[in-house]
Design a protein around this ligand. Structure first.
Ligand code: CUA
Length: 341
């Protein structure tokens, strides 16, 4: 029973990696589809070669055993000149075929790289600046009109079927932007801007993560890319451009005061209030986002309360200050932040 459980577990992990939410083998856009095709062509070609090599190896081994038995009987054995020249021909042929196959793989790989880069020439792109921070993502929608420039964090919405230019930057160390269902990895390098194009051709929520080791919480630096039809994206953008909703209940009014009277305001911004900090995620529409702490945990009231009270136990080493919120202030603060839809 236990023996069967191990391969079953391994298979389920493999299946989960390959076909679950975050996978390069489940393409949601044209570039990922090209990478997927390349991956499968490598897989099948190399798989066939592996089977051929293993078959030849097995045949050789069994043949050799028979030979050795014959040699033991004949005492001496010498390869004929005919066998030697035949062996030489086989080895030369195998070498030529190997070189040809490697050449084909190089051409396929370079061709895919070029095809992926071509998307940038399409019309009407959306430009998003993604800045890596230890350990969260700042997402800024660039627009010539300053009133249409939006800053958010850890969750990016994009319209389906429209190319998106990602301008990558970093505030501290090297990070890497990677949303496997949409594209390969692109480094975010301090004092440099990198460029990448993505496009989603099907609506969906695609999980991404940092793919370059960037310190203690590298593993907890995730983001969501939500691809939706153009009209829903426009509605989302309109809502996000609005300043934060004013608190309407006694509880949320009190929560807002707690927020504004604490050190939160030095790092976080909530547009429409006096909180204007720029070092941490913008919280103007925090309640609309899926996760907390760069998607370390789902955005629920319980998780948020835990995060505020003791951020270091949830994500050790992170740069969020622990603020001394007393127990009667915590619930209003959580209610207020969650009301920021
Ligand atoms: Cu950022 Cu790893």
């Amino acid at each position: 029973m236990k023996r069967a459980a191990v391969p079953a577990f391994a298979l389920s992990v493999l299946y989960g990696c390959a076909w679950h939410q975050q996978s390069a083998l489940n393409p949601g856009g044209p570039q990922a589809a090209k990478i997927d095709t390349l991956w499968w062509s490598f897989f099948w070609l190399l798989g066939v070669i592996f089977i051929i090599v293993m078959t030849v190896l097995l045949l050789t081994l069994t043949g050799r055993r028979a030979n050795m038995e014959r040699e033991a009987l004949e005492v001496t054995h010498k390869a004929s000149p005919q066998t030697e020249s035949q062996t030489r021909r086989i080895v030369t042929g195998a070498t030529i075929i190997t070189i040809l196959i490697l050449f084909v793989l190089i051409v396929a790989s370079v061709g895919t790289g070029k095809a992926i880069a071509d998307l940038g020439f399409k019309k009407n792109p959306l430009t998003i600046q993604v800045t890596g921070n230890q350990w969260w993502w700042e997402i800024q929608y660039i627009n010539g009109d300053a009133s249409q420039t939006l800053v958010t964090a850890n969750e990016m919405h994009i319209p389906v079927g429209r190319p998106v230019q990602i301008l990558g930057q970093s505030q501290d160390v090297i990070h890497s932007f990677w949303v496997p269902n949409l594209h390969g990895k692109r480094d975010l390098i301090p004092s440099r801007t990198t460029n990448e194009w993505i496009e989603a051709d099907q609506p969906g929520a695609y999980r991404g993560q940092c793919a370059e080791f960037c310190g203690l919480q590298h593993a907890h630096m995730a983001l969501w890319v939500i691809a939706e039809p153009e009209d829903r994206f426009d509605a989302w953008m309109r809502a996000q451009l609005q300043p934060a909703a004013s608190p309407s209940t006694q509880e949320t009014i009190r929560g807002q005061q707690v927020f504004l009277n604490n050190a939160c305001v030095f790092c976080h911004q909530i547009r429409g209030t006096t909180a204007g900090g720029q070092n941490a995620p913008d919280l103007t529409h925090f309640g609309s986002r899926r996760g907390i702490a760069a998607n370390t945990v789902p955005n629920t009231k319980g998780n948020l309360a835990g995060w505020i009270v003791d951020p270091q136990s949830m994500k050790p080493g992170n740069h969020m200050a622990t603020i001394a919120v007393n127990s009667t202030d915590l619930q209003p603060l959580v209610d207020y932040l969650e009301s920021l839809k």
